[in-house]
Write a new protein. Sequence first.
Length: 178
Amino acid sequence: MNLPDITIISFGYFEKDLLEKVSEAVKGEFRCSMNVKEGHIDLSEFYDPARRQYNGNNLLKHVDAIPMPESNKTIGLFNVDLFIPILTYIFGQAFLGGRTGIASLYRLNNECYGMKKNDKLLLERFQKEVIHELGHTLGLIHCNISSCVMRSSTYVEDIDQKEHMLCPGCRKEIGLVK
């Protein structure tokens, strides 16, 4: 597999340092070239007032429709509460083997669960979630190795237990090792 060219598009305000650290983690894991861009969309059309959340399916489709000729993988970053109809909330989502994924900081914050703010933990969770969703775009399904970043995560505690990298089997599957 050819190494991907990845574009991160931040939708909303993200501190420059956070974006740089997420970008570096992605670049380190996938050994790829990186672009970081700022995007602007009206999130109101994705808001579901009955759920008081944003429709992840529709956001993913919207981000996927944005032309990115300089890259073959794109991930949109948000800070809103995402859902898909069959789940109460999601941290992110991607087209399996596709071009696009999305990830949100919103439910990765300790404050969302009544706990003390922890910026270091928030960054680690976000890096893992972005790498996880990009793994899906590269064709990886959920892994059953407990430390693999591709393991499914229903709760933030699940994310905390994973490493920020792919296991050897997943790395081999996408051609990062022979």
